[in-house]
Write a new protein. Structure first.
Length: 76
């Protein structure tokens, strides 16, 4: 008969160790993220965080950022 693990910290540690042993660390983390519902409302957050740019403005901004990165890489 299996022993009941009553300490929540120990349960989490042993459970993750079992997952990592079976799947590897990266896949164990990926597996756990499948069950994380996240938080907040992505649509609302996106609307407040990202600028409302048209395609021309967006293209210009991407080119500006790429030019700045090219300039920095040439410096050093």
């Amino acid at each position: 008969m299996e022993q009941l693990i009553t300490n929540r910290s120990e349960l989490r540690e042993r459970g993750f160790r079992a997952l990592a042993d079976a799947l590897g660390w990266v896949n164990a983390v990926r597996f756990l993220r499948e069950y994380d519902p996240g938080s907040g409302n992505y649509t609302e957050e996106r609307a407040t965080l990202l600028p409302d740019l048209g395609i021309e403005e967006l293209t210009t901004e991407v080119e500006r950022i790429q030019d700045a990165e090219d300039f920095r890489s040439e410096l050093g």
